[in-house]
Design a protein around this ligand. Structure first.
Ligand SMILES: *Cc1c(COP(=O)(O)O)cnc(C)c1O
Length: 326
């Protein structure tokens, strides 16, 4: 057994989406509700942080140090985790520093995180500098990588995969947003460990297909080592679709806007502008292109992210759409 701190609300429910399925004339649709994992509004990082926190505690950490984009869900959840366990939290955020604190960023501040700003280009350098400084000051920092995607993050999603199988859920396809590769790595590892026969399709949020597939394969292999198992994963066997990156990371386009509206209107469900909206939009588009067979079951693995809906830039974009309702 690989140690973890029990934090998440598990198992997360699996629900049908009959109205969305009917509206699209598509296959049977399921949703795995990892937006309901708990820890400051939930999301996929809760599961990963359960294992990472156990490791940090074993090493005597007093400060969690991590990195992400301005509206990082991972940073928000790490900040909440630190608050809950009486640790300090240092966040290195890259991107344009906004004028007002909204969405995830507002929550980071409420959880008492110490924030350092940098650019995407200088993020590693800044991280190392801030981390070393914290070390010299005797704050016992513990580094958590981007998206909590390391071997332990992959283990967390291998376990999540077993959880789904134990729920008696056996879809033909699993679709979700893939970015720093830990979630997808864990799923492919979990699939191997459970002899799953369906397909695991990551929708890339930012990286080109080959680059993401390579990272997924490497992390899945590293995750297997944690179990003391010798599986080797090849990038050619990893399914990644990079056709939905649009204008780039965190840029809200028509694909995401439509997905957010469809999920809201037909199922009363919220998907986010950066990750799950992009992956849900891809799923909707693939259904419309008849990519799936009518008798197949497609599971949308909801990875969270909904606080970003309330980031100023996304709220502004949505005003045009909701205005007629005023
Ligand atoms: C981090 C994140 C992802 C991507 O998970 P990775 O393990 O980084 O690939 C997907 N959705 C949401 C909401 C996230 O916060």
């Amino acid at each position: 057994m690989i140690p973890k701190q029990m934090i998440a609300h598990l198992p997360t429910p699996v629900e049908w989406m009959p109205r969305l399925s009917a509206a699209l004339g598509g296959p049977k649709l399921l949703v795995k509700r990892d937006d309901q994992t708990g820890l400051a509004m939930g999301g996929n990082k809760t599961r990963k942080l359960e294992y990472i926190l156990a490791d940090a505690q074993a090493q005597g950490a007093k400060t969690l140090v991590t990195i992400g984009a301005v509206q990082s869900n991972h940073c928000r959840q790490t900040a909440a985790l630190a608050a809950r366990f009486g640790l300090d939290c240092i966040l290195i955020l890259y991107g344009d520093k906004p004028e007002t604190m909204t969405g995830n960023l507002l929550l980071d501040a409420l959880f008492g995180a110490e924030i350092h700003w940098t650019t995407r280009e200088q993020r590693d350098e800044t991280f190392n500098r801030v981390f070393n400084h914290a070390w010299q000051e005797g704050r016992r920092p513990y580094a958590i990588p981007l998206g909590a995607s390391n071997a332990l993050g992959a283990v967390a999603y291998a376990e999540a995969f077993s959880e789904m199988i134990n729920q008696g859920v056996n879809p033909d396809w699993i679709i979700f947003a893939s970015s720093s590769a830990g979630t997808q790595a864990g799923m492919v590892l979990g699939a191997r460990r459970t002899n799953f026969r369906g397909k695991i399709l990551g929708i890339s949020v930012d990286l080109p297909r080959d680059e993401l597939a390579m990272k997924v394969a490497d992390l899945a292999t590293a995750g297997a080592e944690r179990y003391g198992e010798k599986y080797v994963f090849n990038p050619q066997d990893i399914l990644v679709n990079d056709h939905y990156i649009g204008a780039g990371y965190a840029v809200l386009g028509e694909n995401e806007t439509r997905a957010i509206q469809f999920f809201a209107k037909y199922e009363g469900l919220l998907v986010d502008p950066v990750y799950t909206g992009r992956a849900a939009g891809a799923m909707i588009d693939l259904i419309e292109k008849q990519f799936f067979k009518p008798d197949e079951t497609v599971l949308f693995w909801h990875t969270g992210g909904t606080p970003a809906l309330f980031a100023q830039k996304y709220m502004d974009s949505f005003q045009e759409i909701v205005k007629p309702k005023l």
